[in-house]
Design a binder for this molecule. Structure first.
Ligand code: ADQ
Length: 462
């Protein structure tokens, strides 16, 4: 597909590396970006640059030695200012419409700038003429400008994985100008859905007076093409995993443990944007209003630890622990328990079994750039049944209108959707699921990579 080398630049790499006596051990990191891009890079030539330890250059995969990892070391102060600070207490809540949680701090911005410069330097050290440099996400918004200043002919793409908020919101950012200016030094700038691309274009016009011609934005003599394409998953791989004998065995064991109860399933990183607390409230509301459902349904909620150094995340975890305890305490009858909650990381094999076993998936973030869990659930439905309940504020809602749409801020609405899902006839489940499967399969990760890389291959090398 692509003859040039690909230099991927992102905050975290695809693996946690451990140097052991037996050699290098790789442990896959959890998150949307890695799930999507790693399978593709495993078959490409290039380098993945990220923050990680140990510092240095390592073979990216035992299977594919032409792809390397280059890990940069950051000091504890840099990690605090750049990652936990500016990225996760300013940009993350801002872009997810949580203005009340935003904290702007100029000292953190300085550290963010310094770290972005460090990433740019490392990238310049790796990139050869003709290589495509593909930077990912809100942690690294200033890298394009630093690269462009030193290598005017570099081919630079950037993908923004989270929502891009409306101009009124984005304009509260004290550093809106340098951030937008940097993004407009890219050749190609990607977002998941048209709404985010439109918000970006409007903001750039308002703040920088950038000129928009169709899907191209011009500023200071440079033209940036803006493209909205939702990231895909490796559909065939997810589907294969769900069909496997090992998954089937796990599903049987799980069903036996749950004694025939209908399974409602949720999985995400611990994050206040994911709506886990509100979903639990909906479950409580459902059981309160429909006593006949007690003993017949179980919500399995898996949560992966994430950003635990940020107080807002620790606070959210405490709230979730508490409400799970309250609901289970209130409705359990000694044998049946309405919520099975686990706080740890899970293997793909374990996830596949839950996706395949779940009669209903609850994907109800308060705001989400896209959401891959919804896609993984759809791809895992080997019998084409099951109901996806989806937040209208997840980017993926744009791609999956056949799901049952809910407003995650409305607990009654979510409880009603659960009831609706529990009563949905099988034919209707199949009808909806088949359409969703066809779309997620067609717009998979290879499609998404091709959409971007074909355009980047068309960017002239000077
Ligand atoms: P995330 O916020 O990390 O991604 P998401 O898109 O749902 O969210 O991806 C999470 C991934 O992690 C999924 O592949 C899921 O299977 C996996 N995962 C979640 N919990 C897990 C667990 N307990 N154990 C193992 N794996 C687990 C960001 C944006 C999203 C956007 C993606 C991709 O916030 O909106 O969809 O990037 O662009």
């Amino acid at each position: 597909m692509n003859t040039n080398r690909l230099i991927v630049v992102s905050n975290r790499g695809p693996y946690h590396l451990h140097l052991t006596k037996q050699g290098l051990k790789r442990e896959k990191t959890v998150g949307g970006l890695v799930t999507s891009i790693l399978p593709m890079l495993e078959t490409a030539r290039g380098v993945w640059i990220a923050w990680g330890e140990p510092e240095g250059r390592f073979p990216g995969s035992p299977k594919q030695p032409s792809f390397d990892l280059r890990y940069l070391k950051l000091t504890p102060d840099q990690i605090q200012g750049y990652y936990y600070g500016l990225a996760n207490t300013a940009l993350w809540p801002l872009c997810h419409y949580f203005l009340g949680r935003v904290h702007y701090d100029n000292a953190q911005w300085q550290v963010y700038e310094q770290v972005n410069r460090q990433f740019a330097q490392a990238t310049l050290g790796e990139a050869k003429p003709g290589d495509i440099i593909w930077i990912h996400d809100y942690h690294l918004t200033l890298v394009p400008r630093f690269l462009r200043a030193q290598q005017p002919s570099a081919r630079i793409a950037f993908f923004w994985h989270i929502p891009f908020p409306s101009p009124e919101l984005f304009c509260t950012l004290p550093w809106r100008r340098p951030l937008l200016e940097s993004l407009l030094t890219c050749d190609l700038l990607g977002f998941h859905i048209p709404e985010y691309a439109e918000n970006f274009i409007e903001t750039a016009a308002e703040v920088l007076d950038a000129q928009c011609k169709g899907t191209t934005v011009e500023h200071h003599g440079l033209a940036t093409q803006v493209l909205a394409r939702p990231i895909g998953i490796d559909y065939d791989q997810v589907n294969r995993q769900a069909r496997s004998l090992a998954t089937e065995k796990r599903v049987r064991r799980l069903r036996k443990t749950l004694n025939g109860q209908r399974i409602i399933f949720g999985v995400e990183r611990m994050d206040y944007t994911k709506g886990i607390f509100e979903r639990l409230q909906a479950m409580e509301h459902l059981l309160e209003r429909n006593p006949e459902l007690r003993g017949t349904i179980t919500l399995i909620q898996l949560v992966t630890p994430s950003r635990a150094n940020v107080e807002a995340y620790r606070q959210k975890k405490r709230e979730i622990d508490e409400i799970v305890g309250r609901i289970n305490g209130r409705f359990s009858d000694g044998i049946w328990m309405p919520i099975r909650y686990q706080y740890r990381s899970f293997s793909l094999a374990e996830l596949a079994a839950y996706y395949r076993a779940a009669d209903i998936a609850l994907v109800t973030p308060l705001r989400d750039g896209l959401n891959l869990v919804a896609k993984e659930y759809v791809a895992s439905r080997v019998q084409t049944d099951g109901v996806l309940i989806l937040s209208e504020f997840a980017g993926v809602a744009h791609q999956l209108p056949e799901a049952l749409m809910v407003n995650p801020y409305n607990v009654e609405d979510m409880a009603a959707a659960l009831k609706h899902a529990l009563e949905m006839p099988k034919e209707e489940q199949h009808r909806r699921m088949q359409v969703m499967q066809a779309r997620i399969k067609a717009e998979d990760i290879s499609w998404w990579m091709k959409e971007f890389l074909d355009r980047m291959n068309g960017v002239a090398v000077q």
